[in-house]
Design a protein around this ligand. Structure first.
Ligand code: HEM
Length: 475
């Protein structure tokens, strides 16, 4: 009997919440079309499920078609949300940063990266971002090309050469992570790199989960991994401070030194926890996206022999122009035009990040629809990348789309746009091109699972990790 009463009470409470929520989210007649569904869950499962099943674009395209609108409402990660599609939607969000909208992260992500995202829109965080941008600017990166080349060489010799088969995605992640540790904070100790890599791997596995923080839940495990990583990073930061005072480390050797030594306009230094969180975000954001792109490149080159041939010829020409042991340099990177167009086309068809959020800072109107203050706003590269007016025959792999002036503004957005556009774009370009150079100059390959799906969890990756058979070029 007690169970029956409890169930009835639970049902009644849910009904009240539902009615209250629906009243709150549909009270305004001018809201964009769409449905917000049930409280908390909303359409989150549909959204995540589409990504897990390898057709994430369907969540968007189905609703655009159903509501005949490039802007629609939904409910994701416990919040009423509006999805902005198309060039106009991107332009609107990107050009109203910190005026009408600001960056927002779903609850699980906020819990895991708490310190850095809670303060993300404050003046302090804005200065820190400006600061990260100046550190990853192209001039500084040019000097890292040789290092990227050396690392890529060691990676391919260790993990690819003399192997018949490899699993691409884990290797690409390892390659990008090792390099990120070295370039961002000069960490080379393989044990420390492995400890950090495993913890981040574990964390990312659970990060996009149901936002329930109880002992043993995925979110709870991810938060524990996050605390562990932060402790490790704090130790690295403390050691760096000692090394800087004893001149065992240089003020310009990497981003970590800059973060420790540089103050903002008011003379305030970042505290250690904040540095650890910024570094944590950089480590995760940088290596996972790059690994996703490198893996997708391997996939498309296996499927498209004529594209492979173009990249191979370009990279072989560069390899032949080098003296034995001579490292790649800035001039070589400038010659990799076709390879970069291929990488861009890969990112158009399979953007590593499927979406990013904003939050409405105030009530405003968009396309005649009312957007209430506090609602979450979503943009997604797929809403323009697969639009046939912007990219004719959108399913066709065509690197020539990026020749000349390339796609129209706000159409091609794998790195976002406006003031929050990815500051690591150039870093990523160099690393991806160096990876392509080492890959094609050594091998041809074939996929072992011909129709392996790309899923989004949350980064684009092949469902089974992309196993391939390698065919080394004859010397
Ligand atoms: C292929 C590789 C990459 C892709 C596709 C990518 C994509 C993105 C996107 C879409 C955003 C904007 C999200 C938004 O609008 O809210 C972003 C932001 C960011 N990315 Fe990347 N990223 C890549 C590599 C990197 C690298 C290598 C770094 C650092 C070394 C990096 C650091 C950042 C940072 C710090 C932000 C936040 C910028 C801000 O909020 O002002 N990313 N990235």
């Amino acid at each position: 009997m007690e169970i029956l009463y409890a169930s009835l009470l639970g049902f009644f409470l849910l009904l009240v919440i539902y009615l209250f929520y629906n009243h709150k989210t549909s009270g305004n007649a001018n809201l964009p079309p769409g449905k917000t569904g049930f409280p908390v869950i909303g359409e989150t499962l549909d959204f995540l499920y589409a990504g897990w099943k390898g057709h994430s674009e369907k969540f968007i395209s189905d609703r655009i078609a159903k509501y005949s609108s490039n802007v629609f409402k939904t409910s994701l990660f416990g919040s009423p949300s509006v999805v902005f599609c198309g060039v106009n939607g991107h332009q609107f969000l990107f050009s109203n940063e910190n005026k009408l909208v600001r960056v927002w992260f779903p609850r699980p992500i906020n819990k895991i990266f708490r310190q850095s995202t809670e303060t993300f829109s404050t003046e302090e965080a804005f200065n820190a971002r400006k600061y990260i941008r100046t550190l990853i600017k192209p001039e500084g990166l040019q000097s890292h090309i040789g290092l990227m080349d050396t690392f890529a060489h060691c990676h391919f010799v260790t993990y690819w050469e003399n192997k018949d088969m490899v699993l691409v995605f884990p290797l690409a992640k390892h390659c990008a992570f090792v390099l990120a540790c070295r370039l961002l904070m000069s960490v080379e100790d393989p044990n420390l790199v492995a400890i950090l890599e495993n913890a981040i791997r574990f964390l990312l596995k659970w990060a996009f989960s149901v936002p329930i923080d109880l002992p043993g839940t995925p979110l709870n495990r991810a938060m524990k991994a996050s605390s562990f990583i932060q402790k490790e990073l704090l130790m690295i930061i403390k050691q760096r401070k000692i090394d800087l005072t004893t001149e065992m480390a240089s003020p310009t050797q990497d981003i970590l030194s800059h973060m420790v030594l540089t103050s903002d306009d008011n003379g305030n230094f970042m505290d250690e926890v904040d540095i650890a969180n910024k570094m944590f975000g950089l480590l995760v954001g940088s290596h996972d996206n790059i690994a996703s792109v490198c893996t997708s490149i391997v996939k498309y080159l296996a499927e498209l022999p004529e594209v492979y041939q173009g990249v191979y010829q370009e990279q072989l020409g560069i390899a032949k122009s080098k003296a034995p042991g001579e490292l790649l340099n800035w001039e070589d990177i400038q010659k990799m035009k076709y390879s970069w167009n291929v990488a861009c086309e890969v990112m158009r068809l399979t953007p590593p990040s499927q979406f990013a959020f904003r939050e409405a800072l105030t009530d405003f109107t968009y396309n005649g629809f009312s957007i209430p203050k506090g609602w979450k706003l979503l943009w997604t590269p797929q809403s323009t990348h697969s639009n046939q007016e912007l990219f004719p025959e959108p399913q066709k792999f065509d690197p020539s789309r990026f020749e000349g002036s390339g796609p129209p503004p706000y159409a091609y957005v794998p790195f976002g746009g406006g003031p929050r556009m990815c500051p690591g774009k150039e870093f990523a370009r160099l690393e991806i091109l160096v990876f392509m150079h080492h890959l094609v100059k050594r091998f041809r390959w074939e996929k072992l699972i011909p129709d392996e799906k790309i899923v989004y969890i949350p980064i684009a990756s092949p469902e089974k990790g992309l196993p391939i058979r390698l065919f080394p070029h004859k010397a």
